[in-house]
Design a protein around this ligand. Structure first.
Ligand code: MG
Ligand code: ZN
Length: 383
């Protein structure tokens, strides 16, 4: 029987009205004990459970229009629909109303509003501790996957500290000395001639263009790096294939059953936006969506994994506008049955960015807040 406030009241009311004094005391004490026991039980259940694993997915340049492209498909199946917990972030940087990916990722990784171009440093170029450093201190396994070079701005902010995003050779050196345990992406050109460091820091680095991800056996005490291209990886349209999906699935086997933090980036949604290429953006969105789906499937089965999906900013000012047509009199009309992607800029925009969360701790990500709060929320949920 569950005792709610009404039955409590009825019971007490009955006791006060009719029963002799010793029975009243007896019943009162039973009610008090029952209530105390009930609330003790609740207090065991109520504290929000902390996740054992946090998987943070960033669609670089992914605003609401980019996400909406997935909802416009005939089959209308996508992974974003599965989220029930949604928030919004304000992405302005420390130096500009419109952020770049470096300042945006420094906000996520270090909780610091900094200048555009900064990698893991504040406005005065002082290094700020990042999530991977913080989580590693608590013995989390950490990993990064990107479809850009692994030394590119977004992933770099999770392990490096340098005054500018263009210092990619310096960033690469910092990667090998960092607490990162697993990485996959492009960037071979920046890690060449570093075999000494690779051995010194116990890395297993694989530089093959292709990987048979399913057949890789991971040793939990080893560090793994996969560099599949010289710089950024190919686009989906030009044959990147299921790299993001497969590398993500492989990383889930590596982190399985362990306290872990992963950042997985769909890097090229942004590049499609810069190129004002709707087909590019859409193909990269589909690729990212498929990966989000794989992570959600894992989290659903696992029950101990928090999944958070967001973007650093929107790119291209993408509008999903009606196609237009001319009638016989030469007057232009909107065709509301057909959507066209139309870009307003070759750069980034200042629009609020949605945050999607699933799993233990997901409720933390509701509401409107600054992009730096992502960092604080993850730290709060650290075990
Ligand atoms: Mg990026
Ligand atoms: Zn960009």
């Amino acid at each position: 029987m569950v005792l709610n406030k009404n039955t409590e009241f009825c019971c007490c009311h009955f006791v006060t009205m009719k029963a002799p004094i010793f029975i009243r005391i007896l019943i009162f004490s039973i009610v008090i004990q029952f209530t105390a026991c009930n609330s003790a039980k609740q207090s065991l259940i109520t504290p929000s459970k902390k996740p054992k694993r946090i998987i943070f997915l960033v669609g670089d340049g992914m605003g609401l229009s980019q996400i909406s492209t997935l909802f416009l498909q005939k089959d209308n199946t996508n992974s974003f629909k599965r989220f029930k917990t949604i928030g919004f972030i304000n992405t302005q940087s420390g130096s500009h109303k419109i952020t770049d990916s470096a300042a945006g990722a420094t906000a996520f990784a270090c909780g610091e509003k900094t200048y555009n171009g900064a990698i893991g440093v504040d406005m005065d170029t002082n290094s700020k501790a990042n999530l991977i450093e913080k989580f590693s201190e608590k013995n989390y396994v950490t990993g990064l996957i990107a479809t850009s070079s692994i030394t590119h701005a977004t992933p770099a902010c999770f392990y490096a500290h340098t005054s500018h995003r263009r210092n990619e050779f310096d960033i690469a050196k910092q990667l090998l000395k960092s607490d990162v345990d697993f990485f996959a992406g492009g960037g071979r050109d920046f890690l060449r001639e570093m075999s000494a460091e690779m051995q010194l820091y116990n890395w297993n680095i694989d530089t093959s263009d292709e990987q048979d991800w399913k057949s890789i056996t991971f040793h939990p005490d080893s560090k793994y790096g996969y560099l599949l291209s010289g710089n950024g990886m190919r686009t989906i349209v030009n044959g990147r294939g299921d790299f993001l999906y497969n590398a993500t699935k492989a990383s889930l086997r590596y982190i399985d059953n362990r306290k872990s933090f992963m950042m997985i980036e769909g890097s090229q949604i942004d590049w499609g936006g810069h190129a004002n290429d709707y087909e590019y953006v859409f193909a990269e969105m589909k690729d990212f969506d498929k990966t989000v789906g794989a992570v959600l499937n894992y989290a659903e089965k696992d029950g101990n994994t928090l999944v958070v999906v967001t973007a650093d900013h929107e790119t291209g000012g993408l509008a999903l506008k009606p196609a237009s047509y001319l009638d016989v009199d030469g007057i232009t009309h909107n065709n509301y049955d057909e959507v066209e992607g139309s870009f307003n800029t070759g750069g980034h925009t200042a629009a609020l960015i949605p945050v999607f969360a699933y799993g233990p701790g997901a409720n933390e990500f509701q509401g409107f807040y600054e992009n730096t709060e992502i960092f604080n929320k993850f730290l709060k949920l650290m075990k």
